[in-house]
Design a protein around this ligand. Structure first.
Ligand SMILES: [Zn+2]
Ligand SMILES: [Zn+2]
Length: 307
């Protein structure tokens, strides 16, 4: 399926509000015209992964799932960093994501490829008018902070400030590579978790949705590609649960915990992590020895009426 005319108007492409989305893609093509310096792609990739951390460790693992704790100040910094990714506001993002887990791959799921097709799950659900509202009722635990409500409302300020800074520092070249190219890659990298990671990969755990584990997606999203693990048990700060499941966001969170900026990182209990293993058959108890025959008295008992 695709975003088609058969959908209600509120679910069709909103041409006006989607202009910035397509304009940023067009601006990224400016990379063909602004010349080249070796540090352009370095800055683009650096800002890709820095902001991906803001989205995955901040918007996702902290604000959506509360999988670790931090101070109010660092909480704001995480929200600010994630907001520079230009994926709407932190409260909007986390509230919608909580709904994704509540209804994952069921008809009410906001971005299920099983229900609505690949393009809807990748970008369609963002580019229509229907999902613009921040579901504050789903994120009351963070909506109580005025600084987060402000950041959620003025979510365009941080990405515009970042773009302006890049332009002032390095002119058009750094603006195009550091912001536009980097942001387009960052958008589609993030969106793969809503689309591809419910389609391609392996399933270790039996969940009611189609979530998959995918090594490649884990590399480009700092660990979010272990999506089947995550849907099976969503409240952990790590999503790679075995040593070979590379999880860049968790490694960075671990470093931050050593310097005291975050704490209480939740990890899966062993019985959850090993829930996919077939249960070993119970060891059969050794057969009990046959009961001994009753010992009979050596001499028959004789009833003596005279006794
Ligand atoms: Zn999912
Ligand atoms: Zn999640």
């Amino acid at each position: 399926m695709s975003v088609s005319a058969s959908r209600p108007r509120s679910e069709r492409l909103d041409r006006i509000s989607s202009i910035p989305f397509f304009a940023v893609h067009l601006a990224a093509l400016g990379a063909l015209f602004v010349g080249f310096h070796w540090y352009y792609p370095v800055v683009a990739i650096g800002l890709y992964y820095l902001r991906m951390f803001g989205v995955t460790a901040g918007f996702h693992r902290y604000f959506s799932h509360r999988s670790y704790k931090t101070s109010r100040g660092f909480q704001f910094l995480l929200a600010l960093l994630g907001t520079t990714a230009a994926q709407k506001g932190v409260l909007w993002w986390a509230a919608h994501h909580r709904d994704h887990h509540k209804f994952s791959d069921q008809p009410e799921d906001l971005h299920s490829p099983r229900q609505r097709g690949f393009w809807w799950s990748h970008v369609g659900w963002i580019l229509c008018a229907k999902n613009n509202r921040t579901k504050t009722e789903r994120i009351g635990d963070f909506a109580k902070y005025p600084e987060l409500r402000w950041l959620n409302k003025y979510h365009l300020v941080p990405p515009v400030a970042l773009a302006t800074l890049l332009f002032l520092v390095g002119g058009w070249g750094l603006l195009v590579w550091g912001f536009f190219v980097s942001t387009v890659l960052l958008w589609h990298g993030t969106f793969t978790i809503n689309s591809l990671s419910h389609v391609f990969g392996s399933r270790r755990y039996q969940t009611s949705d189609d979530s998959k584990n995918n090594f490649l997606l884990a590399l480009i999203t700092l660990g979010e590609g272990w999506h089947n693990n995550h849907h099976f048990y969503m409240s952990t700060a790590n999503q790679g649960w075995f040593w070979w499941e590379i999880d860049g966001s968790y490694y960075a969170l671990k470093l931050l915990s050593w310097v005291g900026l975050v704490r209480d990182l939740r990890t899966p209990p062993k019985h959850i992590r090993d829930a996919h293993r077939p249960v070993a058959p119970a060891v059969a108890a050794p057969l009990a020895p046959p009961p001994k025959p009753l010992a009979l008295p050596a001499a028959p008992i004789v009833f003596d009426p005279a006794a």
